[in-house]
Design a protein around this ligand. Structure first.
Ligand code: HEM
Length: 511
């Protein structure tokens, strides 16, 4: 019986999801998802009580005394080693079930319901409630989330709509290349490339949101921009700390929460300042009788019936989402390419072949660069920006493997562990982009999910990928990228997101 179920599971995975009810039922049966209360009782005999996991004290010790907050991604690997693919742990006051096997992650995500919820215990939501802000796409739930997701999806998920941003983004890439040239020291060394790429990320997302430039890549960076980037960094550090601290500790040590709120205050006011400025300029043009036609996201949002508070919060969250994600991915990609000159050479050949002497790749060009896509995919497998995602399913208890997980339990999806799982990826710690190009070497589709999957997956994926491809292809045409001759290897660390633990310095040698 189990064999039949496995074979069917495999066949359905290959054929994709179906709209036919019978096939849908077969899919659910094959996945072992609950098809009714009796089935649930029969299969999922095990409960949270039976689940292995560290004691409250030992996990708290790992987190706080052994700098575990910045090693949360490594604790995933340790968890799998000690307890297997499903275990429970108390993250401060929150009990969470960790799931660290591709098939089980798939099982959770296929039961996430109409309006998937990442977490209902977020300090991000607490802040918004406290200040009377609205929620943005990252934090909204239910119908409220669905309404904005549908609106933004039209401009952020449609390939044609996103391709139209290539000119805007290319002008930002041009400034990045100039800035890298300017930042080079002896032998072409640029220190701390991530900080250059933070500014590139912020300038890139701002150009898409406001259709205007905010000077992040100028020789002298505006102070408010530096402060915005710093606020994002500190906010991410404080996110984990504030969530891991029980509320009584907040009274004793108020600083983390206070700093967390100050960072958000600055981010909200930065976004509001830019939106208001853009709207004012537009109103003045209308008053002068000029026609105003924008292609930028803030314009589309402001043309809907959404309250301005919702526009502010969405733009704040989109700005935030476009900075560290782009910076980390670009930094790791160039770091790995500098250490694998043979891959860098093949990739450059691919780019030059497509470009045929032209210097500025467009969306249609990068679409014809499979190794470029495989390289970014491999980087996001090794260094998933979001090393652990989460889901809360409020509607019903769900079955995961042998366990019945009560509704409203926080389920942590251990993407870092699955994407480094030797049973799924051979030499899992090695950078091998070509693995994604070998048709015969199919991996479980839920083993590496850097952008998530389904209704609540990353809405910025297409913009992010375009931005990364345009920047990487251009950098490789302009420079040979080499490691810092005096540099050591750099490891990742968790700061809510996965970022480089120490500075990445690289040589950019003019070609
Ligand atoms: C390498 C770049 C990026 C990566 C790896 C990434 C990854 C992710 C992941 C894993 C999620 C959660 C998905 C889930 O819960 O299933 C997410 C959500 C989201 N991302 Fe990204 N992201 C990237 C870039 C961006 C950019 C550039 C933007 C903005 C333009 C963006 C905007 C968002 C938003 C708004 C959400 C929330 C979507 C929702 O809840 O409906 N992301 N991202």
């Amino acid at each position: 019986m189990i064999l039949v179920r496995r074979m069917l599971q495999q066949a359905l995975r290959v054929s994709g999801r179906s709209a036919f009810p019978l096939v849908k039922w077969m899919e659910r049966w094959a996945e072992g998802a609950s098809v009714g209360p009796e089935a649930t009782e029969r299969k999922a005999a095990r409960t949270l009580e039976d689940m292995p996991g560290p004691s409250l004290v030992s996990f708290a010790w790992d987190l706080f005394a052994k700098r575990g907050l910045s090693r949360l991604h490594e604790l995933q690997l340790e968890g799998v080693r000690r307890y297997g693919p499903v275990w429970k742990a108390s993250f401060g006051p929150i009990l969470t079930v960790h799931v660290a096997e591709p098939a089980l992650i798939e099982q959770v995500l296929r039961q996430e319901g109409q309006h998937p919820m990442r977490s209902d215990l977020s300090s991000w939501k607490d802040y918004r409630k406290l200040r009377g802000h609205h929620y943005g796409l990252l934090t909204a739930e239910g119908e409220e989330w669905q309404a904005v997701r549908s609106l933004l999806g039209k401009h952020m998920l449609r390939p044609k709509a996103v391709e139209a941003y290539d000119k805007t983004l290319n002008s930002v890439v041009g400034d990045l290349v100039a800035k890298l040239r300017l930042s080079r020291r002896r032998r072409g060394l640029v220190t701390d490339v991530a900080s250059e790429f933070y500014r590139f990320g912020l300038e890139g997302i701002s150009s898409v949101l406001f259709e205007s430039r905010i000077g992040c890549l100028d020789e002298v960076v505006p102070e408010e921009t530096e402060r915005f980037i710093q606020s994002i960094n500190t906010m991410f550090v404080m996110t984990l700390l504030t969530m891991a601290m029980p509320s009584w500790l907040h009274q004793l040590f108020p600083k983390p929460w206070k700093v967390f709120c100050q960072c958000w205050d600055y981010m909200f006011s930065f976004a509001k300042g830019h939106i208001d400025q853009r709207m004012k300029a537009e109103a003045e043009r209308v008053a002068r009788g000029e026609t105003v036609e924008g292609r930028y996201l803030t314009y589309f949002l402001s043309q809907t019936k959404l309250p301005m508070k919702t526009v502010y919060s969405n733009v704040t969250e989109l700005l935030l989402a476009g900075v560290d994600t782009i910076s980390s991915t670009l930094s790791w990609t160039l770091y790995e390419l500098s250490r694998h000159p043979e891959v860098q050479a093949s990739l450059r050949r691919e780019v030059l072949d497509v470009m045929q002497g032209r210097r500025e790749p467009e969306a249609a060009d990068v679409a014809r660069m499979p190794l470029l896509k495989a390289t970014v995919r491999e980087v996001l497998r090794l260094y998933p920006v979001i090393p652990a995602n989460a889901r809360v399913i409020p509607q019903r208890d769900i079955q995961v493997g042998d366990y019945l997980i009560p509704k409203n339990t926080l389920i942590t999806l251990c993407h870092f562990a699955t994407s480094r799982d030797p049973d799924v990826f051979s030499d899992p710690d090695e950078f091998q982009p070509h693995r994604w190009l070998r048709k015969e070497q199919a991996h479980h589709p839920y083993a590496s999910l850097p952008f998530g999957v389904g209704k609540r997956s990353c809405i910025g994926r297409r913009i992010a990928e375009l931005e990364l491809y345009l920047a990487l292809s251009r950098i490789l045409m302009e420079f040979d990228v080499k490691p810092d001759p005096e540099g050591a290897s750099v490891k990742p660390m968790t700061r809510t997101l996965l970022v480089p633990e120490s500075m990445i310095n690289l040589q950019f040698i003019e070609r």
